[in-house]
Write a protein that binds this ligand. Structure first.
Ligand SMILES: N[C@@H](CCC(=O)N[C@@H](CS)C(=O)NCC(=O)O)C(=O)O
Length: 255
């Protein structure tokens, strides 16, 4: 292990103007920026390369660590950083419950809406662009079947589309009910839970994938403001790109 060299963060290549379509990759990179831990990104389309066959994972010197919660514990210990240091016991409990809601339930909804349902696939199939054209349909089918298996065994896919949407909106109502009105989840300063809330929210409201969950969230100005504020603060290069595109579109429309 080497705590002077930047860690290497292995994750799916970026899509859209968000840190990552994967809420876990997006969470990890956001957390690194909140905590100010230097890192280099290594784009990897294939989770099987990781120690737990999932993305993201990090390489710190000669050690590879998977699972965002384990990575965060490792970095807190070895880099002496902790964005949660000022949280009290009640806030830590709320953060854990929000994490479980978003990571152990809502993340499966995202897999369903973005990687399984037709509307999601229409927007996300470009993630296979680097695969040779001849085998692209096959790879896309294999991945879709893998996603299907994951959400079937998790249980989500045994429900109707309407029931899945309704459960997801209930997740967000619960999360938003315990979110502070401040610029960040617990008020004035960002903490670890902001990485999770922003990551899952960004995939939902800052991408073009049209779902009733997106409509529900985009209907609340403070929710969209929060997502855009997090992106502007921690990923200014992405916020700039959106701004430039907006200016370009406006100038085309005004011609
Ligand atoms: N608990 C893990 C979850 C990571 C995870 O589920 N990653 C997904 C992408 S969002 C993945 O690599 N899935 C590939 C697979 O399950 O085959 C974490 O916190 O890192």
């Amino acid at each position: 292990m080497n705590d002077t060299k930047p860690i290497r963060l292995f994750q799916f290549p970026r899509m859209f103007a968000i840190p990552n379509l994967s809420p876990f990759c997006s969470k990890m990179e956001t957390w690194l920026r909140i905590a100010g831990v230097p890192y280099e990104v290594v784009d990897t389309p294939d989770p099987r390369k990781g120690p737990r066959a999932k993305l993201p994972f990090i390489e710190d010197g000669d050690v590879r660590i998977a699972d965002t919660s384990h990575i965060i514990e490792h970095l807190k210990r070895t880099r002496g950083v902790d964005p949660d240091a000022r949280l009290d016991d009640g806030q830590r409990a709320v953060a854990l419950l929000v994490q479980r809601t978003l990571e152990d339930h809502y993340a499966f909804v995202l897999a369903y809406t973005h990687l399984f349902h037709e509307e999601g696939l229409r927007h996300t199939s470009s993630r296979f662009d680097s695969v040779p054209a001849l085998v692209r349909p096959l790879v896309a089918r294999v991945v879709k079947n893998q996603v299907k298996k994951i959400i079937w065994y998790q249980g989500l896919l045994r429900h109707s589309h309407e029931q899945i949407v309704e459960a997801a909106i209930r997740d967000w109502k619960a999360v938003l009910a315990v979110k502070a009105p401040g610029p960040f989840f617990f008020g004035d300063e960002p903490t670890g839970i902001d990485a999770i809330v922003f990551a899952t929210l960004a995939s939902t409201v800052l991408t073009p994938i049209d779902t009733p969950i997106r409509d529900f969230l985009r209907g609340q100005k403070d929710v969209v403001d929060y997502a855009e504020r997090m992106r502007a603060r921690f990923f200014p290069e992405l916020a700039r790109r959106v701004e430039e595109r907006r200016t370009r579109d406006e100038s085309v429309l005004s011609q």
